[in-house]
Design a protein around this ligand. Structure first.
Ligand code: ADP
Ligand code: MG
Ligand code: ZN
Length: 624
């Protein structure tokens, strides 16, 4: 009988189960006490250490010979209530006790109950005996047959944990809109095809190239295209697959991967999400992660181990290069960085052209209109958009995709699934006023993006929506533009207030208010747009090592903090007053628009403008 995986499981499972049972179940009854002390939530050891450092841990009860702890902690993530949380502790953590003492935490150790030492000993001995016996049995079996002993030994080695594609079938023409990145890689392809032309003049080709960019921008696609163009095999693995439960597995996977790659050189090794293994070492709160460090070290060793000219090129992808360990970025490793950005209008058009090739699109649909309507969409979003539109077309039993299906798909991708319209009633009226409030403020303010449409058809979480046509260049936004956006976002609530009175305002504005607050806050703390002055007080990204939520380290004094809050309030209050005033001044047209909206359910941009131009006198006074 050959020792296949199936056979192995068939034989070894019962053995392991039985021995484990003996070990845990019969002889040393599990500590029931933990169970009575129910702590449903769990926390990783690393997190626990973070909590400890923050001084959030109040009490620690150890069970199970120090393998398990039930801790009592408070923290912002726990809703600021004392909660019991279960933590699995690593076998050897002598420094923990010292740490706990230092932190002045109430510490208790509970002995396992009803375990006599003798039984315990026997149990602990029996488990390995059964296990070893069982394994020996397996080995003998496999030796008796004509499969060699070596085969059984390959157990424990990782298997098929990376993918290999002999031919990716993807070429550069399939990748659009990221021409700079493509150009950068053309040289790599030449090297894989004709290494002599480089080695002849003594050039060393980079071993590693790091692709940096947001998700869905075509990093994986580009890496595959390189392999496809050069006609070499493509090995890929994701960083998160390296980081496994068992220490050492990640490192052995890296070894296997490079071994296989060397056998198949020239080739491409693609490591997706390299940040999962390649974070800076030793900087995390509460010490590093051993497994990750070992994996990373192995990766570095492997990359140093092969000569640049063996024909293996390692391409790694990440959306955050700033958190990578500097050792990875050293010359001879990932010394080239290529960034891939979310495409601009031209890029989106090019990508749409690629994906429209195999789709039947109605002749009067112009792809440039779609590209115009989709700022911020990544390549993956655009591919998805055309696919959704095609599905919708098929569902509607149409011959070809029209603008109608494309519009519906864009709305769906941005705002979620369409729901059923509300029945006429008070809440529908209120929502209509809310949306018209947004739309009218957006239209009357010069610096605001124009209204694309207003609708009462629910989508995703929203009961009604006002769409604005975003302008292409979102990178430089002026102070008055931000203020206009704040006012536009306040328009919904302001209309509710003016029309229905303070007592009737609803929770529907909560999302708007969140945006308003965040915009105002950024004006003060990041853009220097308040009377505090041109200071940068907060950074966009929270500290990558502390994770979200714990980033409370402020770089300013308490005094400034109070000022910040005041400024935010001032900005929002001022905007709110102006918004309410505009709504009051335009009450007649708003009532009219609401009637039309309730009747038609959707008003598109041109119609909206037309109605407004008919009835309003544009306010003379400067609004902002
Ligand atoms: P990433 O690896 O950057 O997250 P992918 O390469 O996996 O993104 O992109 C997913 C899919 O989106 C691709 O298979 C492709 O269909 C489409 N896509 C993304 N970017 C592009 C692009 N620049 N050109 C053409 N298609 C793209
Ligand atoms: Mg990818
Ligand atoms: Zn709103």
């Amino acid at each position: 009988m050959k020792l296949s995986w199936k056979n192995f499981l068939l034989w070894s499972l019962p053995i392991i189960v039985i021995s484990f049972f003996l070990w845990q179940g019969f002889l040393t009854p599990t500590t029931n006490e933990i169970n009575t002390n129910i702590a449903n939530s769990r926390m990783t050891y690393g997190r626990f250490l973070e909590y400890l450092d923050m001084g959030w841990v109040k009490k620690v009860d150890m069970y199970d010979n120090g393998h398990t702890a039930i801790i009592e902690a408070v923290g912002p993530e726990l809703g600021n209530r004392v909660q019991k949380i279960r933590v699995e502790l690593p076998t050897s953590a002598p420094e923990l006790i010292i740490k706990l003492k230092k932190a002045n935490v109430d510490l208790n150790a509970h002995a396992s109950k009803n375990t006599s030492a003798l039984w315990n000993l026997i149990g602990n001995l029996l488990f390995p005996i059964f296990l070893i016996g069982g394994l020996a049995f397996l080995f003998r079996r496999s030796n008796n047959t004509n499969s060699g002993p070596g085969q059984a030994m390959s157990f424990g080695k990782s298997k098929a944990l990376f993918q290999m594609e002999a031919k990716t079938g993807i070429i550069f023409d399939d990748v659009a809109g990221i021409d700079e990145a493509k150009k950068e890689f053309e040289e790599v392809v030449t090297f894989l095809k004709q290494p002599e032309s480089f080695t002849a003049v003594g050039a060393r080709i980079p071993k590693g190239v790091l692709l940096v960019g947001p998700p869905g921008t075509g990093k994986t696609l580009l890496a595959k295209a390189i392999a496809g163009e050069a006609n070499v095999p493509f090995f890929s693995i994701s960083g998160s697959e390296f980081v496994e439960m068992f220490v050492g597995v990640g490192a052995s996977r890296v070894r296997d991967l490079f071994k296989k790659a060397k056998e198949n050189a020239p080739c491409i090794i693609f490591i997706d999400e390299i940040d999962a293994v390649g974070r800076q070492r030793g900087t995390g709160v509460g010490g590093g992660n051993d497994e990750r460090e070992q994996t990373l070290n192995q990766l570095l060793t492997e990359m140093d181990g092969f000569e640049g000219n063996t024909g293996i090129i390692v391409i790694a992808a990440t959306n955050r290069a700033d958190i990578l360990d500097s050792a990875l970025l050293r010359p001879g490793r990932f010394d080239r960085q290529v960034s891939v950005e979310v495409p601009d209008f031209k890029g989106r058009l090019a990508i749409l052209n690629v994906h429209a090739k195999n789709k039947k699109i109605h002749s009067n649909v112009s792809l440039s209109i779609i590209a115009r309507r989709t700022p911020g969409f990544s390549g993956a979003d655009l591919a998805n958009l055309l696919n959704e539109a095609a599905i919708l077309t098929a569902r509607r039993k149409k011959e070809s995709i029209t603008l109608n299906e494309i519009d519906a798909s864009i709305d769906r991708i941005i705002a979620g699934m369409q729901g059923t319209p509300l029945i006429n009633g008070k809440s529908k009226r209120l929502i209509a006023y809310h949306e018209i409030g947004h739309a009218i403020i957006g239209t009357l303010l010069q610096d605001h993006d124009p209204v694309q449409k207003v609708t009462l058809i629910p989508r995703g979480q929203s009961k009604g929506l006002t769409w604005f046509t975003p302008s292409e260049d979102q990178s430089l936004i002026s102070r008055s533009q931000i203020k206009s956006r704040i006012m536009g976002a306040l328009g919904g609530r302001a209309a509710e207030e003016v029309v229905f009175g303070d007592a009737e305002v609803t929770t529907g504005a909560s999302n708007d208010l969140q945006q308003v607050t965040s915009m105002a806050r950024q004006m003060v703390t990041r853009f220097g747009m308040s009377t505090i002055g041109p200071l940068s007080l907060e950074n966009e990204e929270s500290d990558p090592f502390l994770g979200r939520g714990i980033n409370t380290s402020s770089e300013y004094s308490d005094e400034i903090a109070i000022k910040i809050d005041r400024q935010i309030q001032d900005i929002i209050n001022e905007c709110h007053q102006k918004t309410v005033q505009i709504i009051r001044d335009n009450r007649i047209i708003i009532d009219k628009l609401v009637d039309i909206l309730i009747d038609k359910e959707t008003i598109n941009g041109e119609e909206f403008k037309r109605i407004i131009n008919e009835y309003t006198v544009v306010p003379e006074k400067e609004l902002i």
